[in-house]
Design a protein around this ligand. Structure first.
Ligand code: WTA
Length: 660
């Protein structure tokens, strides 16, 4: 990481927006002043302007019971109505909501009128299956229109969705279903990935067949892959059959602003994923505001494409809620970037004339590797703005993105936020901010962040420390499902200042540096959370999966630098004494890599597993991951003086050089 910081500190290139872009930009510079003078009033105005409240709110923020916030608490609204019917009622029913593109090349167009009609029917299907306001519904679908339709139908009836990324395993599905007591799972037979159908329903079947009672009464199955599946009579229902007979009319009922909207599980520092809870009015306000201003959205003319899967927060906020609240036209793409050919994404941009494109640095770096000849083969002239999210973007990738995809002119917005923050918190505003490659730059209007020392003092410009959000914000997480204590401990205890007027500050878990202008440069996680291809993984979760295998005695996992994926999972394992001669390190490697894949999902599969005889521990028994990271990244091993046994690192290095 130190080399990374050095290169960032020496980055001096600056890119001002063109005068033409600035002249037509949605956001104007005075917005910052307005927001700073009264942030609550600012958010209240945004909310009234961007959303339609059935019952207007009179109270903006209730922080009396900090850190449990309430925004707009006496107002009532329906989130799905705001994303759908409202636009149809305003005469925009014919506007395209989604240009959907399947991986094998099939496509569908859904206007706002079409999407509204589908969601109304789906809401009736859910009700007929006994789903009521407050019930939890798990969604395990590929990137097909039914994923969005399902989420909005759940929201429309006041139920709570828990979307599970299609790459997660049966175990991961089951633990999420159990934690939230989901009554219904919506899935598909399969979806297209990398040129073939990847099955989904069989994984749901496995999840529900696992030991113990579960709460699921029905499984609703969308037909997409046409792969063979098994059927549990009474429990399983075909989506298309239910939709064919569903009532077409459905009136959206308004719910309280703080009514739960969704739970999304994310990795933390312990083995068990956290169910991050988001609610309705504040979440929709900030996703709509940021989508409109950060992406300079002109809803009548722009075509917006966010490449994230709806299984992640980026898909929730910038494929579903923000863009649809703003009445945007979007692209939704089912597959991988390189199937059936390496230029697939650029072909999609050319076909639908995408004007705003939002993706992750890991994707940009993998395109850089293949070379610019691939994108150069397509007409990308429709692009006028580019966005980046999920991990720090290195200046080289930033410049390539702007030059090759953005014709050397498109502004880039590097957006920092998290599952927990719900919406963008730190980003340039195009048309206003002079961009610095590699820096996420400035807090959104209405948001206040700071960088503190471990002891809680502001570091000031020119120094690095820990990123905090100093005041509550509308789309903030409202808690961890079923675990208020963990919510307080994880995010609010570190910088709790009893007696101060603003005693609770949100600890993000990211390191950051303020440059001489006060702009923010993100430096990666400071806890045991890794970021692999922009996806969050927990070292503890992978360690506990490894030690659950009978051949493993102990395991330690680190995130090692990787040129393409940002970080890669590297594991160190000690085998049980009776296993040491039973398999070669290569065999153990294969067994354990597939074990982690089965238990968590392919994204968590370690890039490398080193079989070792010792792990470096402090006298109190804590594993020193820093030293293992040195080994994994091929660096000279750092200070070992706090180790209980200082010869351990020598033993590990000797062993590795013997085996690799
Ligand atoms: C990282 C994704 C640097 C960060 C929206 C954060 C970033 C974690 C950026 C959240 C960025 C996200 N620059 N780092 N622009 N955006 N991160 O919950 O470490 O999947 O804490 O949310 O991703 O990941 P999550």
């Amino acid at each position: 990481m130190s080399t990374n910081i050095d290169s960032l500190q020496h980055e001096t290139r600056r890119f001002a927006p063109s005068s033409e872009f600035s002249a037509n930009a949605v956001a104007t510079a005075e917005i910052y002043g307005r927001a700073a003078s009264d942030p609550e009033e600012f958010w209240a105005n945004q909310s009234r302007e961007l959303l339609q409240w059935e019952k207007p709110f009179t109270r903006t923020l209730d922080w009396d019971n900090a850190p449990f916030a309430k925004w707009f608490s006496d107002g009532r609204l329906n989130v799905a109505y705001n994303c759908l019917d409202r636009h149809v009622d305003a005469g925009h029913g014919d506007r395209v909501a989604f240009h959907w593109e399947g991986e094998p090349g099939d496509s569908r167009t859904l206007t706002y009128a079409d999407l509204t009609a589908e969601v109304k029917k789906a809401a009736n299907v859910l009700t007929s299956l006994g789903i009521r306001s407050g019930d939890r519904v798990a969604i395990y679908l590929p990137m097909i229109p039914e994923a969005v339709i399902s989420m909005l139908a759940v929201a429309r009836i006041g139920a709570v969705h828990s979307v599970i990324f299609g790459g997660f395993s049966a175990d991961s599905i089951r633990s999420r279903v159990d934690d939230a007591n989901a009554r219904l799972v919506i899935t598909a037979d399969g979806g297209w990935r990398k040129g073939k159908v990847s099955p989904l329903k069989p994984t749901v079947d496995d999840a529900l067949a696992k030991e113990g009672d579960h709460s699921v009464q029905n499984v609703l199955v969308v037909r997409r892959g046409e792969n063979a599946i098994e059927w549990t009579e009474g429990r399983d229902r075909w989506w298309h059959e239910e939709m064919a007979t569903a009532e077409t009319e459905h009136t959206a009922e308004a719910f309280d602003a703080e009514h739960p909207l969704f739970i999304l599980y994310t990795s933390g520092t312990t083995g068990k994923p956290k169910g991050i809870l988001h609610t309705s009015g504040g979440y929709l306000t900030q996703t709509a505001f940021t989508h409109k201003n950060v992406f300079d959205l002109k809803a009548e003319t722009d075509v917006f494409w966010c490449t994230a899967d709806v299984g992640w927060i980026t898909g929730h906020s910038y494929v579903v809620y923000g863009p649809l609240a703003n009445g945007a036209t979007q692209v939704l793409y089912e597959g991988t970037p390189d199937a059936p050919h390496p230029g697939r994404w650029w072909e999609v941009i050319e076909k639908y004339k995408v004007s705003i494109f939002y993706t992750a640095p890991t994707a940009i770096r993998s395109f850089m590797k293949t070379g610019r000849s691939v994108p150069d083969g397509f007409d990308l002239s429709s692009i006028r703005l580019l966005g980046s999210v999920g991990e720090p973007i290195n200046p080289e990738a930033w410049i390539w993105y702007r030059d090759v995809i953005g014709a050397g002119t498109a502004p880039i917005v590097d957006t920092w936020w998290q599952t927990e923050t719900g919406a963008i918190m730190v980003s340039a505003l195009p048309g206003i901010t002079t961009a610095k490659p590699g820096s996420a730059q400035v807090a959104m209007p209405g948001i206040t962040v700071d960088v503190l020392t471990d002891g809680g003092a502001p570091v000031g410009n020119g120094s690095g420390g820990l990123l905090v959000v100093t005041k509550p914000w509308p789309s903030m997480l409202r808690g961890i499902w079923g675990d208020p204590e963990r919510f307080i401990e994880t995010y609010w205890d570190k910088f709790d200042q009893p007696g101060a007027t603003n005693r609770r500050m949100y600890f993000a878990g990211d390191g950051a540096r303020l440059d001489e202008d006060g702009d923010i440069w993100l430096l990666g996680r400071v806890d045991d959370v890794m970021n692999v291809s922009g996806h969050r993984l927990s070292t503890a979760e992978i360690e506990s999966s490894l030690v659950s295998h009978p051949i493993v005695a102990e395991a330690a996992v680190v995130g090692a630098h990787d040129d393409t994926t940002g970080q890669a999972v590297v594991a160190f394992v000690i085998l049980r004494a009776d296993q040491e001669d039973a398999q070669t390190p290569e065999e153990a490697n294969g067994i354990l890599r597939s074990h982690v894949s089965e238990q968590i999902g392919a994204i968590a599969r370690p890039r490398q597993i080193f079989v070792v005889s010792e792990l470096p521990k402090t006298r109190s028994g804590k594993i020193m991951r820093r030293l293992l990271r040195d080994v994994a990244e091929g660096r000279e091993v750092g200070d070992t003086t706090t180790l209980a046994d200082t010869s351990v690192m020598q033993i590990i290095s000797d062993k590795l050089h013997g085996t690799t």
